[in-house]
Design a protein around this ligand. Structure first.
Ligand code: HEC
Ligand code: HEC
Ligand code: HEC
Ligand code: HEC
Ligand code: HEC
Length: 223
């Protein structure tokens, strides 16, 4: 009885796993306000959780309300036309119509909090947001991508207090080497390692009370 059904599942699985059409890396929609992570999170050094303050306890990472922006923009750049939609939202209560960049289909279950609690850095999934003037998708968010990490999470784990640190693990020598190679190749983009090549033995980290066990069974993500 199960035979033919399992066969269909396998065909679908193989097709999806190897299908390149599920990757939208580089997707970079125009936003209603030219908000720059490079300026706010990079140069000004605001922690991700100052704005995305639900990411540690909820499935979704909240997009901040206009009131968070107005903490500063009631004193800084108060007349900027670029900030008009933020001021309007603050006065009317209507949210700023930000355009979603990352969006999984409904049939796939994902929650931020267990990932953050397990010590997976924002940079591992979103790239170097602190260098982006406009947010772009850095990773495919495909099933194969989820499973690649779930099957071998070790290289993607970091100390629990380094989750929002964008440059954790970027070794200076390695960066300098990569930069030198890029210069030779004629490109000037900064080294992008997503901070993952540093060795860190999570099994010996006393801050961890249990070892992470990412699900690989279908029912883990399709509930
Ligand atoms: C000052 C507030 C602020 C800070 C600090 C901030 N963000 Fe954001 N973030 C926003 C706003 C507003 C948006 C929606 C507009 C956009 O996409 O640029 C956003 C969007 C995003 C998105 C895309 C959401 C989507 O639609 O899929 C990601 C990912 C993200 N931020 C990650 C981060 C990370 C990682 C950090 C820390 C390095 C960070 N943010 C720091 C305000 C902030
Ligand atoms: C394991 C991978 C992973 C990690 C780690 C991760 N994210 Fe995400 N993020 C995603 C995925 C997948 C989505 C799309 C979720 C959806 O469509 O339901 C997303 C969506 C978002 C969004 C859009 C709102 C939402 O929740 O759908 C923001 C903002 C965001 N992430 C910020 C962050 C910040 C800040 C961190 C670090 C504290 C972080 N993310 C860590 C994978 C990750
Ligand atoms: C901690 C303070 C702080 C917070 C919070 C903050 N900003 Fe800013 N923002 C600044 C500073 C400082 C500048 C740079 C002003 C300058 O160039 O002199 C700036 C510049 C900007 C600019 C460029 C304005 C122009 O005319 O060039 C935009 C757009 C902007 N912020 C949007 C936002 C949005 C949207 C939020 C909320 C999600 C936000 N900011 C939250 C401090 C902040
Ligand atoms: C970079 C590594 C990494 C990536 C990429 C990743 N995960 Fe995870 N995931 C983990 C780790 C580590 C855990 C284990 C958490 C634990 O056991 O404490 C986990 C746990 C989970 C869980 C179980 C916890 C819960 O929320 O019930 C689900 C479901 C899940 N991930 C879904 C996804 C999906 C869907 C994607 C792709 C969109 C994804 N993950 C991408 C590392 C990752
Ligand atoms: C770690 C999380 C995870 C696990 C485990 C997982 N999937 Fe998925 N699956 C996803 C995500 C995320 C997507 C959506 C990918 C996209 O939008 O590109 C997906 C998409 C799919 C689709 C594509 C549906 C469509 O619209 O084309 C099928 C079929 C599927 N999964 C079947 C399975 C089967 C069968 C298993 C068990 C062998 C499984 N998945 C295990 C995360 C997972």
């Amino acid at each position: 009885m199960l035979g033919p059904l399992a066969g269909v599942g396998l065909v679908l699985f193989v097709w999806v796993y190897f299908s390149p059409s599920f990757t939208d890396v580089g997707y970079r929609p125009e936003q209603p306000v030219p908000f720059s992570h490079k300026l706010h999170a990079g140069e000004m050094g605001l922690d991700c959780r100052y704005c995305h303050n639900t990411v540690e306890r909820a499935a979704h990472a909240a997009i901040p309300p206009a009131a968070t922006c107005m903490n500063c923009h009631s004193q800084v750049k108060t007349d900027s036309p670029k900030l008009a939609p933020v001021r309007r939202s603050y006065n009317t209560g209507e949210p700023v119509p930000w355009v979603r960049v990352h969006q999984l289909p409904d049939f796939a279950y994902f929650a931020h909090s267990p990932h953050v609690a397990a010590g997976v850095g924002c940079a591992s999934c979103h790239g170097r947001i602190d260098t982006m003037t406009v947010v772009a998708m850095d990773q495919p968010l495909s099933m194969g991508w989820c499973l690649d990490c779930h099957r071998n999470p070790e290289p993607h784990l970091r100390p629990l207090d380094q989750v929002t640190n964008m440059s954790w693990g970027d070794s200076e020598t390695e960066d300098t080497m990569i930069d030198a190679l890029r210069k030779l190749a004629g490109t000037s983009a900064p080294a992008e390692t997503n901070g993952e090549q540093q060795t860190y033995n999570y099994r010996e980290d006393p801050e961890r009370t249990r070892l992470p066990e990412p699900p690989v069974a279908c029912s883990g993500c399709h509930r």
